[in-house]
Ligand binder design. Structure first.
Ligand code: 6PG
Length: 243
């Protein structure tokens, strides 16, 4: 069944971003002989957290040479395009800290190359699948996460680690990590903010309590890792989700 969903609610999106940045810094401080590997989320929610990592005190405290960034998904656009997840993270974070970042070349179907890169850069395996130290995700108002959208082929992928996924509802293709990789991770943190997400969060937490998985985000249940949904008060269900 995978990890239980732990929820933690913050008064504001700013407090959520600050708390996640603190926890990120603490995770990277653990003793390790291999790089700290993290797959970043795209969209708008995580941007503030990335900016906080690129500012004092985190910029000076984190050993960036031991951090390696990957992505959970990417749009089929070049990095300079306003929709690029890599471009957003570059402006918010990579331009300010000396860490390695691996862009998904989604505009040229680089899925096989990206899977090879994961295999080369990530040492740990769980059931043969690379173990990312941390995966950051968001959730769409339709319950998608990464680029695992409702009624799309990538939802059923159990072998490949990275695929191009046709998303007809957006008239586009996207590159995305698949459930095997997301669920092999050591820590999976879902960042959710804004009143627009409350209906989907409420539906999903109720479904999870019934062990139902009607939405793509509910397929993210790490086999051995930690799963935390970080919510601001606007996105949290009207009653405390952990009540
Ligand atoms: C993307 C993201 C996607 C995102 C959700 C939430 O490429 O858009 O990976 O899964 O996390 O759509 O996006 P917001 O944070 O903008 O609400």
């Amino acid at each position: 069944m995978g990890a239980a969903i732990h929820t933690t609610v913050f008064a504001s999106a700013e407090q959520l971003a600050s708390a996640v940045a603190e926890r990120f810094a603490a995770l990277t401080a653990r003793p390790a002989t291999t790089p700290f590997t993290v797959a970043l989320a795209g969209g708008s929610t995580p941007k503030r957290m990335y900016e906080l990592l690129a500012a004092a005190p985190h910029r000076e405290r984190i050993r960036w040479d031991a951090v390696e960034f990957f992505f959970g998904d990417e749009r089929s656009v070049p990095p300079e395009h306003p929709d690029s997840n890599y471009g957003m993270a570059k402006r918010a974070l990579f331009d300010h800290v000396p860490a390695r970042a691996h862009r998904m070349v989604a505009e040229r179907d680089g899925a096989a190359d990206y899977a090879r890169l994961l295999g080369e850069r990530i040492v740990r395996r769980r059931d043969g699948v690379p173990v990312l130290d941390l995966v950051l995700l968001g959730i769409g108002e339709d319950g998608h996460t990464a680029s695992l959208f409702p009624s799309t082929a990538a939802l059923g992928e159990r072998t490949q680690w990275v695929v191009m996924n046709d998303v007809p509802q957006l008239h586009t293709r996207r590159m995305t990590l698949t459930y095997p990789v997301l669920n092999a991770a050591e820590h999976v943190w879902v960042l959710i903010a804004g009143a627009g997400k409350r209906p989907m969060v409420t539906e999903c937490l109720a479904a999870a309590a019934r062990n139902e998985t009607p939405r793509p985000i509910l397929g993210v249940r790490p086999t051995a890792g930690e799963l935390v949904w970080f919510l601001d008060a606007a996105a949290a269900p009207a009653t405390n989700p952990s009540a």
